[in-house]
Ligand binder design. Structure first.
Ligand SMILES: [Fe+2]
Ligand SMILES: [Fe+2]
Length: 188
């Protein structure tokens, strides 16, 4: 597999995790923001999965344990079990996820080589900018320490895998084999 395929599989699983999680938590919420975001994340999931199918990527990983939220944030100890989060904590997680997703998607547009994946990424970025703003507006103090710890997590990955980031095949092979070294101070 190319790094491009690993990247798209990771994007697909991270979008899928978020769509599933938010619809489980907020599908009966009075707040229309959640409904709009759930629809967007569901659409992103389908777009990413369709791109993987179009490229005939095999095998496609469908296990959301290999998402940004579980594979990096939860397994590193950056976040606790999201099933027990308050709405405020979910917002903090969403803010973190949207912010990191924007960074990773922009990184792919600069360094990726697959035109289909780039087109999907570009379409998704517009929505994620909106989501990021919604959660940032409701910012709270805990965001700042969470952001600092999250940066530390990614600095650790850069120290291990080099500054090429997600273009490193070794990184993705380790990630999908569940053998990443993750070091971060635990956050609730
Ligand atoms: Fe999304
Ligand atoms: Fe989003």
């Amino acid at each position: 597999m190319r790094f491009d395929d690993y990247y798209m599989n990771f994007a697909y699983l991270s979008e899928k995790w978020l769509a599933d999680y938010l619809s489980r938590r907020f599908s009966s919420s009075q707040n229309s923001d959640w409904h709009e975001q759930i629809e967007d994340e569901r659409r992103h999931t389908l777009a990413c999965e369709a791109a993987l199918n179009l490229k005939k990527v095999l095998p496609i990983v469908h296990d959301t344990n290999f998402s940004l939220q579980v594979g990096l944030y939860y397994k590193s100890g950056l976040i606790g079990d999201p099933e027990h989060f308050s709405e405020e904590e979910v917002r903090a997680l969403c803010f973190l996820v949207e912010r990191r997703a924007l960074g990773l998607y922009r990184f792919y547009l600069r360094h990726g080589s697959d035109p289909t994946y780039k087109a999907v990424t570009k379409a998704i970025i517009k929505d994620e900018m909106g989501h990021s703003k919604i959660h940032a507006r409701r910012t709270c103090e805990t965001y700042q320490s969470l952001i600092a710890s999250e940066r530390e997590l990614f600095s650790g990955l850069t120290a291990t895998y080099g500054s090429e980031g997600m273009t490193s095949l070794r990184f993705w092979q380790d990630f999908f084999a569940d053998r990443l070294e993750l070091n971060v101070h635990a956050m609730a």
